[in-house]
Write a protein that binds this ligand. Structure first.
Ligand SMILES: Cc1cc2nc3c(=O)[nH]c(=O)nc-3n(C[C@H](O)[C@H](O)[C@H](O)COP(=O)(O)OP(=O)(O)OC[C@H]3O[C@@H](n4cnc5c(N)ncnc54)[C@H](O)[C@@H]3O)c2cc1C
Ligand code: FES
Length: 270
């Protein structure tokens, strides 16, 4: 996945408010884009008067490199993300892309049962919340393209904070959990009945760290491979400053922007 990076101007084609703090940006570039894998991210230029000299990392929410189309999901949390979320139709946004290593989708013959376990060779569960659902949307669309079976679990504090649930439901079976029970099942994503009913082989998760830790523990119990996408604070996004490092299970430093942001959960020192 060490694909070539480029710095490219994109034009905003649509800016869609998704409720709450969330905005979906539809971008287009006239340049041919390189291959883009689910879980990779872009570094967005924000004027230095607003955000200093640093770009901001945003996950690739959807992409069609052949036609130069790219989507980002932006949650307004500070000056940089507010600037990005306020870009209107026709305005330019400069991106460095594609960065990092994304989710691993195995090459599997779906007809072949794994003999030792009598399990299906692949069945995935995608679990996310908030802007963590952005990369999971692109992953779900790639799994669907390949004909791989998967379910999606979306978590939110309440109905007002629920995002992308309808869009994800168009890609695959989608369960919803809200902490106050205002939509879907009341409780945390790890309490959804899907965990009991299906023997997943792969679990992919992105969202708040406590949620990802709990999801990784559930995946471990069912002996599923679990990949988590970290959103550590970043500066260069290119492996130079080491401000994004996290500890590995063996206590080494892992550079999240180049070795991740997606890691196998059991390689992390959680
Ligand atoms: C690999 C990666 C992918 C990301 N994908 C997305 C995405 O798809 N959509 C999206 O909206 N955001 C995403 N983020 C987070 C986004 O980069 C930050 O929200 C943004 O940089 C904040 O900049 P700001 O100037 O708006 O806010 P700041 O003024 O820099 O910060 C405002 C508040 O947000 C908090 N914050 C800043 N960065 C992060 C972070 N990385 N994680 C959690 N809290 C943070 C700060 O602690 C502070 O409380 C991603 C981050 C990473 C590392
Ligand atoms: S952000 Fe600079 S090394 Fe990762």
């Amino acid at each position: 996945m060490g694909n070539q990076k480029q710095i490219t101007d994109f034009t905003v084609q649509r800016n869609i408010g998704l409720g709450g703090d969330f905005v979906q940006l539809h971008l287009h570039s006239d340049c041919e884009l390189p291959a883009i894998f689910p879980g990779q991210f872009v570094q967005v230029h924000v004027p230095s008067s607003i955000h200093g000299w640093l770009r901001i990392p945003i996950s690739i929410h959807d992409a069609d490199p052949a036609s130069g189309q790219l989507k980002l999901l932006v949650q307004k949390v500070g000056k940089g993300s507010e600037y990005l979320a306020s870009r209107r139709e026709g305005e330019k946004v400069n991106l460095v892309l594609p960065l990092g290593k994304g989710f691993f989708i195995p090459e599997i013959d779906l007809k072949k049962e794994v003999l030792e376990t009598h399990r299906a060779p692949y069945r995935a569960l995608l679990v996310g919340g908030g802007c963590g659902l952005a990369p999971l949307y692109y992953l779900a669309s790639k799994l669907k393209e390949k004909g791989f079976p998967f379910d999606i679990l979306v978590g939110a504090r309440n109905k007002e904070r629920l995002v992308l649930a309808n869009e994800l439901a168009q890609l695959g079976p989608t369960g919803i959990c809200t902490e106050d029970g205002s939509v879907g099942i009341k409780g945390l994503v790890t309490e959804h009945p899907l965990w009991k009913g299906v023997d997943y082989t792969h679990v992919y998760t992105c969202g708040p760290t406590p949620m990802m830790r709990a999801v990784a523990a559930k995946a471990h119990e069912m002996k599923a491979v679990c990949e988590v996408s970290l959103e550590n604070t970043m500066a260069c996004g290119l492996g130079a400053c080491l401000c994004c490092v996290t500890a590995s299970a063996e206590g080494h430093h892992l550079c999240v922007c180049t070795e991740g942001p997606v890691f196998k959960a059991d390689t992390l020192g959680w």
